[in-house]
Design a protein. Sequence first.
Length: 266
Amino acid sequence: MGGTEHLTVERRGATLVLTMNRPEAKNALSLPLLVGLYDGWLEADADDGIRSVVLTGAGGDFCAGMDLKALAGKGMAGDRYRDRLKADPDLHWKAMLRHHRPRKPVIAAVEGYCVAGGTEILQGTDIRVAGEGATFGLFEVRRGLFPIGGSTVRLPRQIPRTHALEMLLTGRPYSAAEAERIGLVGRVVPDGTALAEALEIAERVNACGPLAVEAVKASVYESAEMTETEGLAAELVRGWPVFDTADAREGARAFAEKRAAVYRRE
């Protein structure tokens, strides 16, 4: 199990839980945190026993964006993580899910602040749960900056363009209720329960056929920029092989026998 001093990695059954762990800085992104996140995505993809990932934050916050001072790095630890970044200059973008899409479903459990880079990482997740007191927003323009973590591209594809542009161009904070209304998050739950809700969703995902789940996720994303005709053709390419698996036959048998299916990724 991986992790760094700023990221906690925990296995809960078939779910990998990644917890951004800099509560004193509202889990602002540091080099150790970014390296830990990237390694976490790789671990989830490499381990067939992992069927879903939950991303959350410690201390009542999700992520308050980049910590520029921490990203400068100091001492041996800073040197070690800077070496990783030098070896892969794209690592920070992969960590933030800008240049990397895990094949396993990623569920965000948001409490407290989820702003700037936090809102940008959120756009790389698949299912999103927020505590009712959570705060979202892309504050970059208020500071004369650009939300370069992918928001000008991804956000208008995920929520209506008028809402995306208002969020991007005003830099104002959004409540959890408003984030749910515009479609940035899928559900809002009482404060302190987002992680429990995300884990329940993960368990429901984990109970499904993993080959089917991964194929469905891949199809949704790869067809997003296709025409309907192209997308439907690509869906057949992704979908038909799933029917010819031992897992598909197990699913049918389990249904007929009124029992839980036991999937083996075969």
